[in-house]
Design a protein around this ligand. Structure first.
Ligand SMILES: Nc1ncnc2c1ncn2[C@@H]1O[C@H](COP(=O)(O)OP(=O)(O)OP(=O)(O)O)[C@@H](O)[C@H]1O
Ligand SMILES: O=P(O)(O)OC[C@H]1O[C@H](OP(=O)(O)O)[C@H](O)[C@@H]1O
Length: 184
């Protein structure tokens, strides 16, 4: 069994992380998505996640049930510990992480790969409004969040253009040989 791969997809809210991750999974059967636990009602839509209340989140965190956890936008996010077993089985996992948790993620998973998605503020604003998941105030606070500099060693991909272009560029980086074969 070959070693698993943990690939963090990061970038500002609205840049398209969840959309790109889903498209990557459709295009590359070796990839699968990590389902996060979030203190957000599941009816909010967007990515597939498990919605839990804050008390449950705290309990799970104390019980060591998360490989990684963090807070952002007034919510808490947890990555189930189960990913360790999946990686040991050789899975190639895509996970949506906060940029604030990358240091910890790298010390816990030294082979962590990082895909940073970028887009201009105007594109982010347009996408967040069109998505309609947050209120106007929620959109404004996401846009006004200070943007950290891209983490060292990350692959930078511009997602301002069409989704299929982003997917092609990301796969070229993640699976250099097979994507060359596919496009030839
Ligand atoms: N390349 C693209 N072209 C056009 N629209 C896109 C593209 N990528 C994503 N979108 C749209 O932008 C919106 C935001 O995408 P998505 O929810 O995937 O972002 P996100 O980075 O996961 O945001 P958050 O961190 O807030 O969850 C969605 O409505 C999605 O359909
Ligand atoms: O800005 P940073 O800290 O990198 O990311 C913070 C969090 O914001 C997004 O969450 P959501 O899915 O929009 O709630 C990301 O998924 C991440 O968990």
């Amino acid at each position: 069994m070959s070693a698993g791969r943990l690939i963090a997809v990061v970038g500002p809210s609205g840049v398209g992380k969840d959309t790109v991750m889903e498209a990557l999974c459709r295009a590359e059967p070796r990839l699968s998505l990590v389902r996060r636990m979030i203190t957000r009602p599941e009816e909010a839509g967007g990515e597939r996640f498990n919605g839990i209340d804050e008390e449950t989140f705290r309990m799970m965190e104390r019980a060591g049930e998360f490989a990684l956890s963090w807070g952002a936008h007034g919510l808490f996010y947890g990555v189930p510990r189960m990913i360790e077993a999946d990686l040991a089985r050789g899975a190639h996992l895509l996970v949506n992480l906060s940029r604030g948790v990358l240091g910890e993620a790298r010390s816990r998973f030294p082979d962590l790969e990082i895909l940073t998605l970028t887009a201009s503020r105007a594109v982010l604003e347009e996408r967040l409004i069109a998505r309609g998941r947050e209120s106007w105030a929620g959109v404004a606070s996401r846009l006004d969040r200070p943007q950290p500099i891209p983490p060292e060693g990350a692959v930078l991909i511009d997602n301002s253009g069409p989704l299929d272009k982003t997917v092609r560029m990301a796969l070229e980086q993640l699976y250099p040989v097979s994507s060359t074969r596919l496009s030839s």
